[in-house]
Structures are given as structure tokens and as C-alpha cells.
Design a protein around this ligand. Structure first.
Ligand SMILES: [Zn+2]
Length: 61
């Protein structure tokens, strides 16, 4: 899940099965407890740009 550190408000990602565990914030190093649910909306999926050459250009002859 994703949540914000209550101290520095940085966004942190953790596995769902780590809920309730106490970790150190990777940003401010304070001890925080991973919430049971995400407190941030999930990342919007970013559309991957088509790799070059995937769609061959139509060459008018
Ligand atoms: Zn923090």
C-alpha cells in the first residue's frame, strides 16, 4: 500500500502484508507504523510509450 509518513509527509510504499509493522521512515528515519490500508490513492497507471518500431509508419509510395 501507499501511505504518507506522519512526520515528514513523504509518500512511502509498503507491501500489504506489512500492515501494522513498525518501520523506520526511509526519509526522516523516525519510527512509524504501517497502516492497515492505504492512505493515499494508488498511483495512476502511466501509459507506456509505444516502443519505437512497434507500429511501423505507413509509407506512402
Ligand atoms: Zn518520515
Amino acid at each position: 500500500m501507499r501511505f504518507a509518513c506522519p512526520y515528514c509527509n513523504q509518500h512511502i510504499e509498503a507491501d500489504d502484508d506489512m500492515a501494522g509493522e513498525t518501520i523506520h521512515c526511509p526519509f526522516c528515519q523516525r519510527q512509524i507504523t504501517i497502516p492497515a490500508q492505504s492512505t493515499l490513492p494508488p498511483k495512476m497507471p502511466t501509459p507506456e510509450p509505444a516502443p519505437p518500431g512497434a507500429v511501423p509508419p505507413i509509407i506512402a509510395s
